[in-house]
Design a protein around this ligand. Structure first.
Ligand code: ADP
Ligand code: MG
Length: 313
C-alpha cells in the first residue's frame, strides 16, 4: 500500500546552525497510529511543522497523499489536521464558532451537523457557547482537537496531546484518539510519555537530536529489545553463588539478600528461564521469600537507545 506520508532525507537547520532534523526518512501507512517518541528538543515539533507547512525544510522531500509538498502543498494541506502543542487559539471566541471557523478556513461549506457531531464526540457540545478561556485545560485541548477535525482530515497530527494534563484526562484523550482511528483517520502523535506510545501506537519512531534512531512495530520493538528482570528476595543472605545458580545471568545485591536476574534479551524466554532458576534455587537448598518479575518496557528500550544519560520524564 502506498504510504500516506513519506519523508526522504528531511533535514532542518535553524538560523544559528542548530540541526533540528537530520536526514530523516519515514513512511507512514494509512490508518495507523504512529508515535514519535523523543525527549524535549528532539525535533518532534519541527518534523510536524515541516509537514504542516510551518517550518521550511533545509533539504529533503515530503510527500503526503502522493503530493510533493514543495510543489503541491495546497492539495495535501486540506487533508491534514494539526493539534498544536501550544494552546494558540483565540481565547475570547465561543467554542462552536471557533470550530466552525476552522472548517471555513479550508474552504468547506458550513455544516452544523458535522460540527455538532465533532463537539459531541469530544464532550464539548454542552460548552459550545462558552468562551474558550473559560474552559479547563483539558477542555481547551479538546477544542484544539475539534478545530483540527473540523475540516475532516485524513491525516491528523497531535503534538504532545496530553502534555500537562492529568492522568484522568490523559486516558480520556486516548479514548478520543482511539475513536478517530476507528473512523479511519491516520494519526501521528508525538509524546515524551513512553506510556502513551506503549498504550496507543501501532508503530513507534524514536527520535533524538534530530535523528530518527529507530522505527518499528511497537510489539516487535518490545520483543526484540525487551528483556526480563527478576528480583528474588532470599530468606538468608548469600556470600557467593553456587555454580548451579551462577550459570544463570544473575547477580547478588543488597548484601547478598537479593538475587537479581536479567536475561531473555530479545528472545521472550526470560520468564521460562526465571522459572528454571527458581527450581535450581530449590535444588541448591536456597530459600527465597519473594519474587518480583517484570518484562522490560518501552521505557527501558528508550533509555538504552538514547544512551547518553538523557532520560525522558
Ligand atoms: N524557530 C526555532 N529557531 C531556532 N531553533 C529552534 C526553533 N524551534 C525549535 N528550535 C530548536 O530545535 C530543536 C528541536 O525543537 P523541537 O522540534 O521543538 O523539539 P521537540 O518538539 O522534540 O521538543 C530544539 O533544540 C529547539 O530549541
Ligand atoms: Mg515539541
Amino acid at each position: 500500500m502506498d504510504p500516506i506520508l513519506e519523508l526522504n532525507g528531511l533535514s532542518k537547520v535553524y538560523r544559528g546552525g542548530l540541526k533540528a532534523l537530520d536526514n530523516v526518512d519515514l513512511s507512514v501507512r494509512k490508518g495507523e497510529i504512529f508515535a514519535l517518541l523523543g525527549p524535549n528538543g528532539a525535533g518532534k515539533t519541527t518534523l510536524i511543522g515541516a509537514v504542516c507547512g510551518l517550518v521550511r525544510p533545509s533539504s529533503g522531500t515530503i510527500h503526503a497523499f502522493g503530493h510533493d509538498l514543495a510543489t503541491d502543498w495546497r492539495k495535501a494541506r486540506s487533508r491534514i489536521g494539526l493539534v498544536p502543542q501550544e494552546l494558540s487559539t483565540d481565547m475570547f471566541e465561543p467554542v462552536e464558532h471557533a470550530v466552525s471557523y476552522s472548517r471555513g478556513l479550508f474552504g468547506l461549506a458550513p455544516d452544523r451537523q458535522r460540527i455538532e457531531e465533532i463537539l459531541r464526540s469530544l464532550s464539548l457540545w454542552e460548552k459550545r457557547g462558552e468562551r474558550i478561556m473559560a474552559l479547563s485545560g483539558g477542555m481547551k485541548r479538546r477544542v484544539l482537537i475539534a478545530k483540527a477535525l473540523a475540516h475532516e482530515p485524513d491525516l491528523l497530527f497531535l503534538d504532545e496531546p496530553t502534555a500537562g494534563v492529568d492522568v484522568e484526562l490523559r486516558k480520556g484523550m486516548w479514548a478520543i484518539i482511539d475513536k478517530m482511528r476507528a473512523r479511519g483517520v491516520t494519526i501521528i502523535l508525538t509524546t515524551h510519555y513512553i506510556e502513551e506510545a506503549e498504550m496507543m501506537a501501532d508503530r513507534v519512531g524514536v527520535i533524538n537530536r534530530g535523528k530518527l534512531l529507530m522505527v518499528d512495530e511497537k510489539d516487535a520493538m518490545m520483543a526484540r529489545l525487551g528483556r526480563t528482570e527478576a528480583h528474588i528476595t532470599l530468606a538468608q543472605p548469600l556470600a557467593t553463588l553456587p555454580p548451579d545458580i551462577g550459570r544463570f545471568p544473575v547477580e547478588l545485591e543488597v548484601g547478598g539478600t537479593v538475587l537479581r536476574y536479567r536475561g531473555g534479551d530479545g528472545t521472550g524466554k526470560g520468564k521460562a528461564e526465571v522459572a528454571e532458576l527458581t527450581k535450581a534455587l530449590i535444588g541448591a537448598g536456597i530459600d527465597y521469600v519473594g519474587i518480583d518479575t517484570r518484562e522490560s518496557s518501552l521505557e527501558d528500550i528508550f533509555v538504552s537507545l538514547l544512551g547518553d544519560g538523557e532520560v525522558p520524564q
